[in-house]
Design a protein around this ligand. Structure first.
Ligand code: RB5
Length: 144
């Protein structure tokens, strides 16, 4: 699996933590930025990562902004990118099991590092169930 990660300035500290958590689990994610807490615009990062997933450059991604909302909205403009904003573990499990989400979005001002780690682990370890869920996921991006 090729992983990619991005954030705006508000998400930067949590992005760094998530990167380290991924590395500890044997996952080396390409970091698109931001690379510091200097103010930036979340749509730029959401589009950059969403495009990269849609092109097929990466299989999985993590996005972080203040709430996880804006950056996931931007990423989801790109067909084939299914970014799921998850604030707790059940959402992460369902995002994988039912929606085959390929991007996890986190809100750095919403979840602390411990909750983010539990969410990330659920996202990493839960398999897509396929079947009727597969038929529904296909309807998200018809013709793809
Ligand atoms: C930045 O202040 C903040 O608006 C952004 O990180 C994000 O929460 C947008 O959805």
């Amino acid at each position: 699996m090729r992983w990619v990660i991005a954030s705006d300035h508000a998400g930067y500290p949590l992005k760094e933590e998530v990167k380290a958590l991924l590395k500890a689990r044997g996952v080396e994610a390409t970091d698109l930025g931001a690379h510091d807490t200097q103010r930036t615009d979340y749509p730029d990062w959401g589009h950059r990562l969403g495009e990269a997933i849609a092109r097929g450059d990466y299989d999985r991604g993590v996005l972080v902004c203040g709430t996880g909302i804006g950056i996931s909205i931007a990423a989801n403009r790109h067909a084939g990118c299914r970014a799921a904003l998850c604030n707790e573990v059940f959402m992460a499990r369902m995002a994988r099991a039912h929606n085959d989400a390929n991007v996890l979005a986190l809100g750095a001002r919403v979840v602390g590092p411990g909750v983010a780690e539990a969410i990330l682990d659920a996202f990493l370890t839960t398999a897509f169930e396929g079947g009727r869920h597969g038929d529904r996921v296909k309807k998200i991006d018809p013709g793809r």
